[in-house]
Design a protein around this ligand. Structure first.
Ligand SMILES: [Fe+2]
Length: 362
């Protein structure tokens, strides 16, 4: 975060060593925001209003003079910010061109601490003598700081939400006869499956706009609907009868309802949208024989098709009162055999490649 008592210097230098040198020299008196490319300087200017720009003249592809012209254009909001050009070696014609284009001064590399500090200070002091520019600078930096504080607060709130929901999910899990750790393991399984999809551009339309970390986190609520399933069903230490199984199936519908209630009265939250899709569709099957809605193929939300692998794998390799735990290879083969019937065939091919990671995560 910026120190509001110090002026900000924006430094564009493509060389890491000299950039670090400049930061060390200037940081006692200035906030130094350093960037290593032309694109980054424009990003930085969108949130910071520096007291001075230190700009490398020769950067290969993007010439520093082009940036200087843009900054000093008569319509530019940055035209009054002093620019000190950085040269690798003396070059009279380039130095003249810098001054003619609007730069206030120039320095040479390697930086000489006394000279760099003095040249920056001279220009920054001139800025502070111009009250209009100073006001603009302080206001812009204040807004930048507010935005940084807001981002920090949002990150804390998001982390807290996640921790609370994890406690809720784990409390629910403790009612079940399912072995502990199911929620964490399925969450990891979702991450294992989702990463290759994004890397290979599979189902990009369905994943458009997804924030993968949010999607993975929201999967922890997939069995939240079990809160409405009575203990007399949840704790049965044997395979369920048809009637009992029908009642158990309702946890998907209950889950969607519970999550919908969580978001009532507030704008749609991505996290809850994904959580609802996970809860409602993780027991659907590709051929339409799943539950609760008997959806088929890509009618099943991608979240449900994803979670199916992690959920089934975990159920297979875990011990239950009515079954032994399957070995990793057995579980993988059972899932591969479900390609196109239980599981999305494209994702089953992905699973075949990443299944070894499930064993490590289990
Ligand atoms: Fe479930």
């Amino acid at each position: 975060m910026l120190d509001l008592h110090k002026p900000t210097v924006l430094l564009l230098d493509t060389d890491t060593i000299s950039r670090n040198d400049a930061e060390k020299i200037l940081s006692s008196d200035y906030n130094v925001c350093s960037v290593s490319s032309a694109a980054m300087i424009y990003d930085m200017l969108a949130s910071q209003f520096p007291a001075l720009v230190l700009l490398e003249a020769d950067m290969g592809d993007t010439n520093g003079f082009h940036i200087l012209e843009t900054l000093k254009d008569e319509n530019s909001q940055f035209k009054n910010i002093p620019v000190v050009m950085i040269f690798a070696e003396p070059d009279t014609s380039a130095e003249c061109r810098a001054i003619e284009t609007g730069a206030e001064d120039y320095v040479f590399k390697p930086y000489v601490p006394t000279l760099l500090m003095k040249r920056v200070k001279t220009q920054v002091d001139a800025v502070y003598r111009s009250s209009e520019l100073e006001e603009q600078m302080v206001l812009q930096n204040y807004m930048g700081n507010l935005s940084e504080i807001a981002h920090h607060e949002i990150a804390i709130a998001s982390d807290l939400r996640d921790r609370i929901l994890r406690v809720v999910a784990n409390l629910l899990e403790s009612r079940d006869s399912v072995t502990g750790g199911h929620i964490e393991r399925t969450q990891k399984g979702v991450a294992i499956m989702i990463n290759p999809l994004t890397e290979r551009g599979i189902y990009t339309d369905e994943m458009y706009g997804w924030i993968v970390s949010e999607v993975v986190r929201s999967s922890q609520l997939h069995d939240v609907g079990k809160i409405h399933v009575p203990d007399s069903i949840l704790k049965i230490p044997r395979r369920l009868s048809d009637d009992e199984f029908s009642e158990m199936q309702l946890h998907t519908v209950y889950g969607a309802q519970v999550i919908e209630k969580m978001g009532e009265g507030i704008a749609e939250i991505e996290y809850l949208r994904h959580a609802k899709a996970f809860a409602e569709s993780h027991h659907e099957k590709w051929d339409g024989s799943g539950y609760p809605h008997k959806l088929k193929g890509t009618e099943i939300p991608l979240q449900g098709r994803l979670l199916a692998f992690a959920d089934v794998y975990d159920a297979l390799v875990s011990e239950r009162s009515y079954k032994r735990p399957f070995a990793h290879d057995e579980a993988v083969n059972i899932i591969l055999a479900g390609k196109g019937t239980h599981f999305d065939p494209i994702m089953t091919d992905v699973f075949r490649e990443v299944a070894w990671k499930f064993e490590l995560k289990h």
